[in-house]
Design a protein around this ligand. Sequence first.
Ligand SMILES: Cc1ncc(COP(=O)(O)O)c(C=O)c1O
Length: 368
Amino acid sequence: MTVFENPVYNFSAGPAMLPKDVMVKAQTDFLDWQGTGISVVEMSHRSEAFKGIAEQSIRDLSALLDIPDNYRILFLQGGATHLMSMVPLNLCEKTDTADYLLTGHWGVRAYKEARRLVNANVAATSQAVNFTTIPDQAAWQLSEDPVYRYFCDNETIAGVEFQTPPLLPEDPAGTILVSDMTSNFLSRPIAVDKYGIIFAGAQKNFGPAGLTIVIIREDLIGQAREDVPFLYDFKLQADNNSMFNTPPTFNWYIAGLTFAWIKEQGGVEKMGQNALARSGKLYDFIDANDFYGNPVDTRYRSRMNVPFVIADNSLDDTFLSEAANNGLIELKGHRSVGGLRASMYNGMPEAGVDTLLGFMADFAGRYG
Ligand SMILES: Cc1ncc(COP(=O)(O)O)c(C=O)c1O
């Protein structure tokens, strides 16, 4: 029996499930890309064929997110974690100040790195409540003259998501928002013009790990510190169309296939509807069932990552092994918080969530 007859639904937080159509297309073209007789993995990044793949992917991403002309799109090697160093190194001198909104693990990680490189200020943190909410804006302690305001749009571990860009009515014109969108990129429309920098690792919503996309306003390019390592300089990357050295060509190609797939599906609006449908069903079920719980402030619940607990947590291991036997895998919560978590990115079909709900109801019936 093939996986197509008996699907495995992979709820991993990342690397995560990609759209089946994208995987099949990549498989079909793997040995012979469009009659060239070679695979994309064997193709020079300087070839006309790869140039075509890269340019098409940029056109598609620009169209999907309606990216204004004064922004550049970079396809960088490595993970989103690199950006936690690149952002301060490119935007600030060591004595400059930057504000950080901490709503979970990834914001904290970025802040800890920024603290080594600039004067990083914690403008808000929900650590006292285990990152189950976003602090009220009235309580934010913003700096006098920060270079940028950093936040993680969707905290993958805590399952907390900003619903709108964190700008205040009293913010001065020119406030620069920097957003880590690794775990919710391309899952809804983005008002790109409100941001200075958006970045996202590929391995959740659009491709294999090892590729990070950066969308950066042009005037923020070319301001790096003197001693920035050259590959970390946005200007070097932009001037060389992300090909100063060898880019992660296969990952870039898969990302391009995913962009085309999203376009075919109806764009990021459709991805947003799908995400709401998937997560809405799961939250409604958990809220209606005493056997399970989700601790996150309902105003900020993530549409991508749903952490949940079983009231009697001694059942967690049984839940995980029975779920896996039913083709529902990677439902373990992050090692730092325990419990359970269902991550549902663009590649997760609604049938996966329906199957999960059926299993959860049955499990609660048998052990509740
Ligand atoms: C929101 C967020 N930011 C950053 C990262 C780090 O990405 P990478 O491991 O690709 O550096 C992750 C990884 O899971 C993440 O979820």
